[in-house]
Write a protein that binds this ligand. Structure first.
Ligand SMILES: CCCCCCC/C=C/C(=O)SCCNC(=O)CCNC(=O)[C@H](O)C(C)(C)COP(=O)(O)OP(=O)(O)OC[C@H]1O[C@@H](n2cnc3c(N)ncnc32)[C@H](O)[C@@H]1OP(=O)(O)O
Length: 725
């Protein structure tokens, strides 16, 4: 049964029963109508409590039903209307989660009791829609416009104690929310319900509402560039101010349908399910996530307390895993310790505000210089800077110090995992964990399997990612793995665009208007131009090791842009030096301003090399950069480095500032149409045979030839993930 009913004295307890998260599917909605109908008619019932099975109230509407006919049967808003109109008091007992339609359902109840561990929220905006079961009309009437906008537009999960302060719930309890709800229901039997029916309340405020909403629109436009859902949320809330409830709900529905027509919800819902699929990893051997048991990580160590190491330590501590943090000398250790402790203090403060004792949620961090102290840890994450020799030296040491079943992880953004593993006594227990900076904030974790990495090691690292709250994707080992490897052709095109007449700000604007959090040049300035320069120097692409007589703009017969090298030779490393592709207010400054020096430099460069000026327009800039990115994604699939296009999209959505409302580079290619992507690349490559990265990938050609099937059918063409490198 999708919902059940039991009687406790004169209180009917109706329980939603649709594992795993009690999504409000069509069958649940039908069952709710039936059970509420029976409870209303039953003369022995004086009050009703609504809860969800397995400690979860509800995760909201069943997202898989959107776009199908199932969503049209029994509207959730109608159910909410019936509940609110009930003559018998209805109390929601919120355990675990009440999200989206789940919270909308609870808002239709006359009272809400929440367990202290629960979270509530209206996260619809994160999947490209708006709360369209009355949520945008009831919540503002309950907590006022500013607070409701914050909840609806940001879509964040709100801890129970904050929900109590905001007035979303009436009571927060430490024990059973259902028992407390039954008690409350018994207490309120016979009391008037009018003031508890949110749809009947008036919104009162001292604010000049129109001005406030207009300012919010402007701020939101800037913050969520190109995303339609946040704007629709504001318009729906505006309707709650201007219109009576029933007309506000009509507006809400109309906005929902307009959003659907933009295609953004479909992309964001694809992104949502792709993230869940990424956790269900597969291995070239045929093993899958369910066939391997992860080992428990009770204690961990982090080597290196630079920016990455600090973030990793915080993540582990927040996941309640005690950490030993190691540095190479007393000074670095002290610096790292100060930084980590100050971040931990902030976390402790947040926990206190949520009503938790920090000691119960944050594990201890022990700082030391002594490797010997690592003998008992279950897992080590090495997070020193990108230098193969240094990493090998550390892994040799770890081999001799750590217990034989300890897992050894390397945090690298592209170095060869097999080479690092080869110096250890346990290559099967070595794995790459590529965190993104700042590691305590960024959601993505690329887990990189080496040739010899065992399935248990993979299962343990993937599970650790989940425990740390990361979106974790398993990838194969190749230079730069998935995300950074795809950046190569993307940044290459960005540089060529400058050579041909664009400026950093033109290219960045085009990519930011496309939706990227940051254009390629601002991104390079942030990351530091010296990092790539060092790597190109090591590879002999620039610097003293370039063979005499090599043309400035060619390497190994292919086109090469030395622009970034020339900037570095002038001491322009990006934000850290206050100058890079842009100028900044000071070294370490963050406000990028176009730099006349760069303009002049580019003009001279083009003249010196007699490059014909053909500045591309916005559409051409986006096409060249994004198609180059996706093309490399197809190669990565061919090579068996990513096991499916969804994994690549998850990486880009969560680690590279790709706009989620465009699904990811592979989804976007599919949305544009693979034949179009193929033809554009083919045309470019025919005219520029010295740019091999733009040669359409074989897999793209194959899929385009059959008309570009939907992305979920690509797997059939890709075959099993076999590392072909
Ligand atoms: C004109 C038409 C009007 C329509 C009006 C509709 C108005 C209401 C709209 C909504 O309610 S939209 C949904 C809003 N809710 C959400 O966005 C919540 C999404 N879910 C989550 O954030 C998380 O899943 C969770 C609930 C916090 C649980 O996280 P956890 O890490 O514990 O588990 P997951 O692996 O994420 O999920 C488990 C399992 O459940 C599936 N799932 C989760 N939520 C939904 C859902 N709302 N609908 C359908 N399926 C859901 C998820 O995909 C996982 O599935 P499997 O991978 O196990 O198959």
């Amino acid at each position: 049964m999708a919902a059940t009913r039991r009687l406790v004295n004169t209180v009917a307890v109706i329980t939603i029963n649709h594992p795993p998260v009690n999504a409000l599917s069509s069958s649940v909605r039908h069952a709710l109508v039936e059970e509420f109908g029976k409870a209303s008619k039953d003369p022995t019932v004086e009050a009703i409590v609504l809860n969800g099975s397995n400690g979860k109230f509800s995760a909201g509407a069943d997202i898989r039903e959107f776009g199908t006919s199932a969503i049209k049967t029994v509207s959730l808003e109608d159910i909410n209307g019936t509940i609110e109109a009930s003559q018998k008091p209805v109390v929601a007992a919120i355990e675990g989660i009440a999200l989206g339609g789940g919270l909308e359902l609870a808002l239709a109840c006359h009272y809400r009791v929440a367990d202290i561990q629960s979270r509530v929220g209206l996260p619809e905006v994160l999947i490209g829609i708006l709360p369209a079961a009355g949520g945008t009309q009831r919540l503002p009437r309950l907590i006022g416009i500013p607070a409701a906008l914050d909840v609806i537009v940001r879509g964040r999960h709100i801890p129970a104690t904050e929900a109590l302060n905001l007035g979303i719930v009436d009571e927060v309890v430490q024990g059973s929310a259902v028992d407390a709800a039954i008690q409350l229901a018994q207490k309120v039997i016979g009391l008037p319900l009018n003031k508890r029916r949110l749809s009947t309340l008036r919104i009162s405020s001292n604010l000049n509402m129109e001005d406030f909403l207009d300012t919010t629109v402007e701020k939101t436009k800037k913050q969520f560039r190109g995303a339609q859902a946040p704007m629709a949320c504001i318009e729906a809330v505006r309707a709650s101010v201007l219109l009576p409830y029933h007309r506000g709900v009509e507006k809400e529905r109309q906005l929902f349908l307009s959003l659907w027509a933009t295609g953004q919800p479909q992309a964001q819902q694809y992104a949502f399910f792709s993230e869940r699929e990424a956790a269900k990893w597969s291995h070239p051997s045929g093993a899958r996530w369910y066939s391997e048991e992860p080992k428990l990580v009770r204690t961990a160590a982090v080597i290196g307390l630079g920016t990455m190491g600090r973030g990793i330590v915080i993540s582990l501590s927040k996941a309640n895993i005690p950490v030993i943090a190691i540095e190479q000398d007393a000074y670095q250790l002290e610096m790292g310790k100060k930084a980590v402790n100050s971040l931990l203090e902030r976390e402790a403060e947040k926990l206190k505000q949520q009503g938790f004792s920090p000691g119960s949620k944050l594990a201890s961090v022990h700082f030391t210089l002594a490797f010997g102290e690592l003998q008992d840890v279950d897992l080590v994450i090495e997070a020193v800077y990108e230098n193969m020799e240094l990493k090998k030296e550390i892994f040799r040491k770890l081999s001799s110090v750590c217990k034989s079943n300890a897992f050894l992880c390397t945090n690298t953004s592209g170095l060869n995992i097999d080479e690092i593993a080869s110096v250890t006594d346990r290559p099967n227990q070595v794995i790459g964990t590529h965190f993104f900076s700042p590691a305590n904030i960024m959601k993505l974790l690329e887990v990189v399997r080496g040739q010899q990495t065992s399935l248990t090691t993979i299962a343990t690292a993937m599970n650790l990612g989940k425990i740390l709250g990361k979106v974790t994707v398993l990838v194969g080992n190749c230079p730069l793995f998935v995300g950074n490897r795809m950046l190569g052709p993307y940044l290459e095109q960005a540089s060529y665009l400058l050579e041909e007449g664009c400026y950093p700000e033109t290219v960045d604007r085009a990519m930011e208007e496309f939706g990227f959090a940051m254009g390629p040049f601002r991104m390079m300035d942030l990351a530091g131009l010296d990092v790539g320069w060092r790597s190109r120097t090591e590879k002999g692409l620039t610097g003293a090791n370039v063979p005499q007589g090599t043309p400035a703009r060619k390497r190994l017969g292919n086109r090469y842009s030395p622009l970034a090298d020339l900037l570095c030779e002038s001491g322009r490393f990006g934000q850290k030096t206050g100058k890079g592709w842009y100028q900044y207010e000071k070294p370490g400054g963050r406000t990028a301003r176009p730099d006349p020096w760069v303009k002049d430099f580019l003009q001279k460069y083009r003249k010196t090399h007699q490059i014909k000026q053909q500045p591309s327009n916005q559409e051409q800039i986006v096409e060249r950069c994004v198609y180059a990115l996706a093309n490399e994604g197809f190669r990565i699939l061919e090579d068996g480095i990513a096991s499916c296009p969804e994994d690549i999209d998850v990486i880009y959505n969560n680690g590279y500032g790709w706009p989620k409302y465009r699904g990811g580079p592979m989804y976007y290619a599919s949305f544009v149409g693979l034949p179009k992507v193929f033809n554009t690349l083919e045309k470019y490559y025919k005219a520029n045979a010295d740019v091999p990265s733009m040669k359409p990938a074989f897999l793209l050609k194959k899929l385009a030839a059959v008309g570009g099937p939907p992305i979920k059918e690509w797997r059939l063409q890709v075959g099993k993930p076999v590392n072909k490198l």
